[in-house]
Design a protein around this ligand. Structure first.
Ligand SMILES: Cc1ncc(COP(=O)(O)O)c(C=O)c1O
Length: 388
């Protein structure tokens, strides 16, 4: 029963099903409500069950989002802050892409799209995956979502059951373990070391796999380590994965274009026998400086894509129609995003070189030279030791 702090009349009385004629829920008339103002707004505390589901209670909020929001609030308050938490290019979205978004609005491409994304965009994604990654997919094996984050969450929800384990090489992008928890699965963290360039050792993987292992998440090029998995190492990992029919691989390739020569990106699904068990995730946020457009995609065998699509259809429906037009323009920029992307990558590489050189001159700081991405992982243990 809901009751307000004042019991004075007049009020509408709505009989409840449980106690007809006696128990009632009273709503003050609008005019009365205005007169009594704040007094009327006080709802008895015990009337509200503020319990949060265990699923959400167990969840940790994204630290990168929290720090980024804090930096934004400080900036708005006039404090000069440089946000280093979120992996976000500081370039604006290339003009041709932005124009395509604006034209989409002008041309009335402002309605719901198919849940899986427009056919033209999914066809363009298939073409890109074929030409740049050597992967063959048809449009019904592609699901466009509101960012790669949604793709990964849906994929984990779609294939993991409570008790399953999600294998995550560390250091990792902060959202992976929480996505596993959201699905009732257990994140299993696989340590790596700076001397291995933070790459997963095959023997470390082999030592943890059991019948509950459901997904291995591989992020290559990797946020936050800046490492890229060489093809030979991926092949060794594939040789282990192949022995476990229940084990799938979620290959997060969102940083594939932010890569510095001579590093080379290999899509895990392109390795022999891995297409069937790989969920490839990619998106537009990083390479095309489109973080705010919220556009990503999953490519996988149809049964996995359909399961993820089912979740999406009840959750958000298709991604923004405007962003999808912009995404199409991004893919039309040519191989690996053409000059628009290579200009940004060149600037990132110059900054990488500067930072690696500068930190290298500081005693007590260890840095592995990042070959990709926007992230740098510094080991400052020798300076701060117990205080961190
Ligand atoms: C490794 C990794 N994967 C996925 C994402 C999600 O990207 P988005 O949802 O913007 O497409 C991010 C964003 O920071 C990331 O760093």
């Amino acid at each position: 029963m809901v009751s307000f702090s004042s019991s004075s009349t007049p009020s509408f009385t709505v009989p409840t099903k449980t106690s007809p004629g006696t128990a009632s829920v009273s709503f003050p008339r609008a005019s009365e409500s205005r007169k009594r103002g704040a007094r009327m707004a006080t709802v008895r505390a015990e009337a509200v069950d503020a319990t949060i589901s265990p699923r959400v209670s167990a969840l940790r909020p994204s630290k990168t989002m929290a720090i980024t929001d804090q930096a934004t609030a400080l900036r708005q308050a006039g404090v000069p802050v440089i946000g280093l938490a979120a992996g976000e290019p500081d370039f604006d979205t290339p003009t041709v892409i932005a124009e395509a978004g604006m034209n989409a609005i002008r041309d009335g491409a402002t309605r719901y799209t198919p849940n899986a994304g427009t056919l033209e965009l999914r066809k363009a994604i298939c073409k890109k995956l074929q030409e740049e990654n050597g992967l063959s997919y048809t449009p019904d094996q592609v699901l466009v979502s509101n960012g790669a984050k949604q793709c990964i969450t849906q994929a984990v929800l779609a294939v993991c059951s409570p008790g399953d384990e999600v294998l995550i090489p560390a250091p990792y992008w902060v959202s992976y373990p929480e996505m596993a928890r959201l699905a009732g699965a257990t994140p299993v963290i696989l340590p790596t070391s700076i001397s291995d360039n933070y790459l997963l050792r095959p023997e470390s993987l082999a030592s943890v796999i059991n019948e509950n292992s459901r997904i291995l998440i591989l992020c290559s090029p990797s946020n936050p380590t800046g490492s890229v998995y060489p093809k030979e190492l991926l092949e060794e990992i594939a040789a282990i994965v192949r022995k476990y029919p229940r084990l799938l691989v979620l290959s997060d390739e969102i940083y594939e274009h932010i890569i510095y020569q001579p590093a080379k990106h290999t899509s895990f699904a392109s390795l022999p026998g891995m297409w069937e068990r790989t969920l490839t995730v990619n998106g537009f946020s990083k390479a095309f400086a489109m973080t705010g457009w919220r556009l990503g995609y999953l490519a996988a065998p149809k049964h996995f894509v359909s399961a993820c699509g089912k979740i999406q259809s009840q959750y958000t429906s298709g991604a923004s129609s405007i962003s999808q037009k912009a995404g199409l323009a991004a893919l039309n920029l040519g191989y690996a995003g053409g000059e628009a992307v290579s200009t940004m990558v060149k600037a990132f590489q110059e900054r990488r070189d500067y930072l690696v050189r500068s930190f290298g001159e500081l005693s007590g700081v260890k840095i592995s030279e990042p070959q990709v991405c926007l992230q740098y992982l510094l080991n400052i243990y020798n300076i701060y030791q117990e205080s961190i």
